[in-house]
Design a protein around this ligand. Structure first.
Ligand SMILES: CC(C)(COP(=O)(O)OP(=O)(O)OC[C@H]1O[C@@H](n2cnc3c(N)ncnc32)[C@H](O)[C@@H]1OP(=O)(O)O)[C@@H](O)C(=O)NCCC(=O)NCCS
Length: 246
């Protein structure tokens, strides 16, 4: 672990048969994983719950180098299901960066925190190279079960800077990003604040999604994203295998 600072923080690994409270465990295997993991928690009352099917899966995620978790602020919650993070330098994949509060590399003079945020990621979500970033208090990101997120993807529940009207009132608050169940986000997609994507949908590569879409089973594409096809579904297998029923 990189940094743990503050009080009443909780980091729990949940397995099918047990839950391990990471800050007090004497389990040597888990402690070794934690030493190798890129996890930083700075602040108070943050609660991080990561589900794994097995200790091997936990090892693969935490010691594999493709996972970064930073939580800077108070009263934040992360619930992450049995996510498969792929990280291969050959394919230029970068794993999962999940950041609440402060993006790395902002410089020593910049300090940002976010409080009361919640990130929920479902089960069997495949993530190749994605940055999920929350910067504003009480904002939410939710990704449904069985979704698939390609690489070069940004899911930013913030613009990072303030836009105001001419009286100086902020106009670009972030509230939430909700990605439904079984949604496929293509390569190099950017998803901004206050977006909803309904179940069984696809976002075509290179698209920028800027607003909520509530219709399920559609393909979105373009900048800004629009519905380009309705009445579709998708399967994780490549077509060769799909048609042979493999
Ligand atoms: C969206 C996608 C899946 C194509 O689906 P499809 O059902 O074959 O769609 P089509 O090619 O028939 O395109 C439908 C329309 O959307 C447009 N379109 C498709 N993808 C688009 C994109 N990424 N941006 C803008 N427009 C796009 C097409 O030009 C077409 O427009 P038209 O109706 O005006 O002719 C494909 O374009 C795509 O993004 N593939 C990459 C997926 C990926 O990122 N894989 C990485 C592994 S996770």
């Amino acid at each position: 672990m990189k940094t743990i600072q503050g009080q009443n923080n909780k980091l729990v690994f949940a397995f099918p048969d047990k839950e391990i409270e990471c800050f007090t465990t004497t389990n040597e295997r888990i402690n070794l994983m934690l030493e190798q993991a890129n996890i930083s928690i700075m602040g108070n009352n943050n609660r991080i719950l990561l589900y794994f099917d097995s200790e091997e899966d936990a090892e693969e995620l935490l010691a594999g180098g493709g996972f970064l978790l930073i939580v800077k602020g108070n009263d934040n919650e992360v619930d992450m299901g049995t996510v498969i993070v792929r990280s291969s330098p050959i394919l230029g994949m970068t794993g999962l960066k999940l950041i609440i509060g402060q993006l790395p590399g902002l410089g020593a003079s910049v300090s940002r925190t976010a409080n009361g945020c919640r990130v929920t990621i479902g089960n069997k979500v495949v993530i190749n190279g994605t940055t999920i970033y929350l910067q504003e208090d009480n904002s939410r990101v939710c990704i449904g079960d069985d979704s698939q997120i390609s690489w070069g993807v940004d899911i930013w529940c913030t613009d990072a800077h303030t836009i105001t009207d001419l009286d100086g009132n902020p106009i670009n608050y972030a509230q939430s990003i909700e990605i439904g169940r079984h949604v496929w986000i293509g390569k190099d997609v950017k998803i901004g604040k206050n977006v909803r994507i309904a179940d069984n949908s696809i976002v075509g590569w290179g698209s920028i999604v800027t607003k909520p879409f509530d219709e399920p089973n559609v393909i979105f594409a373009g900048i800004p994203t629009k519905i380009v096809k309705r009445g579709i579904n998708w399967d994780r297998k490549c077509i060769n295998k799909y048609v042979k029923g493999l």
